[in-house]
Ligand binder design. Structure first.
Ligand SMILES: NC(=O)c1ccc[n+]([C@@H]2O[C@H](COP(=O)([O-])OP(=O)(O)OC[C@H]3O[C@@H](n4cnc5c(N)ncnc54)[C@H](OP(=O)(O)O)[C@@H]3O)[C@@H](O)[C@H]2O)c1
Length: 255
């Protein structure tokens, strides 16, 4: 049995839906008749114009403001969802930061700072664990569901041959451990929910834009392609896959 069934009337949540892969997921979910309601979170209206414009045309979409560094905001956002529905069937954590102005991935230990490491951890890892914590009541039901977090292959410790990007790599490795541990607890408390980590492949978004130069065109995916590939992976998951780390083509990645 696949984790996500073909049943109608499902609900989905995309966290970090303002742009990039998250916005792509919202667009894809709205075209999928299985989902009767889609929730998308954004941090600031300035960078969420595409998402907010969609709500005018899409009555199935609800946009909710939320910064993942604020646990009270996460709890309040989930409270708003609970006011309308008792069940969630798919949630995808698409939040991530690699660079932002002066904040840049470290090429060397000389550039490592505690402040920047903590920023990477808070956004890329801690937010996902807090989300999983507060989402638990919405996954306590008897219908097959998926909670996925977008990780990155560079977070694989076994696959790290190039070095650099200390904060991003370590925060994605932390995300992987937090979600693996979540999967074990969800197996007891939300036993129909598969928890998975997904590597999207290099995708043409703000996050990858400064690093696309050496990427061959066939290895640089459009957001639409990445989302379609990751939806296929999620649709094929079973409970036996919970706590695993998958690449965009469905293959397993080393920790
Ligand atoms: N693109 C790639 O090649 C690639 C490769 C491997 C993994 N990934 C992963 O894929 C995920 C999506 O990235 P993307 O490529 O779509 O990047 P993106 O276009 O930069 O989107 C990142 C998203 O994270 C949100 N965000 C950042 N900090 C936040 C916070 N504190 N609270 C709430 N939301 C916050 C952003 O919101 P704002 O608009 O408010 O900034 C935005 O919606 C990330 O986890 C990234 O690490 C991407």
């Amino acid at each position: 049995m696949t984790a996500i069934s073909t049943e109608m009337c499902q609900t989905a949540l995309v966290v970090g839906a303002s742009q990039g892969i998250g916005l792509g997921f919202v667009r894809q979910l709205l075209q999928d008749d299985r989902f009767e309601r889609v929730y998308g979170t954004y941090r600031r209206p300035e960078s969420a114009q595409g998402l907010l414009a969609l709500t005018a045309r899409q009555p199935r979409l609800t946009c909710l403001p939320m910064d993942v560094t604020d646990e009270d905001a996460i709890a309040a956002m989930i409270g708003q969802i609970q006011a309308h529905t008792l069940r969630l069937h798919r949630a995808v954590y698409c939040v991530g930061v690699l660079h932002d102005g002066e904040f840049q991935p470290e090429k060397s230990l000389r550039q490592v700072t505690g402040e920047n490491l903590l920023r990477s951890f808070q956004t890329n890892a801690v937010g996902a664990a807090l989300l999983a914590k507060h989402l638990m009541p919405l996954f306590k039901h008897d219908q097959p569901s998926v909670l996925a977090a977008i990780s990155a292959k560079v977070g694989s410790i076994g696959d790290n041959r190039l070095g650099g990007w200390y904060g991003y790599r370590a925060s994605k490795a932390a995300l992987n451990m937090l979600m693996k541990t979540t999967a074990l607890e969800y197996a007891r408390r939300c036993p129909q929910t598969t928890v998975a980590l997904l590597h999207p492949g290099t995708t043409d978004t703000r996050l990858s834009a400064p690093f696309q130069r050496g990427v061959p065109p066939e290895k640089l995916f459009s957001v639409e392609r990445t989302v379609a590939q990751l939806m296929t992976v999620m649709d094929g998951l079973t409970l036996a896959d919970s706590g695993e780390f998958f690449s965009w083509d469905g293959t397993r990645l080393p920790w």
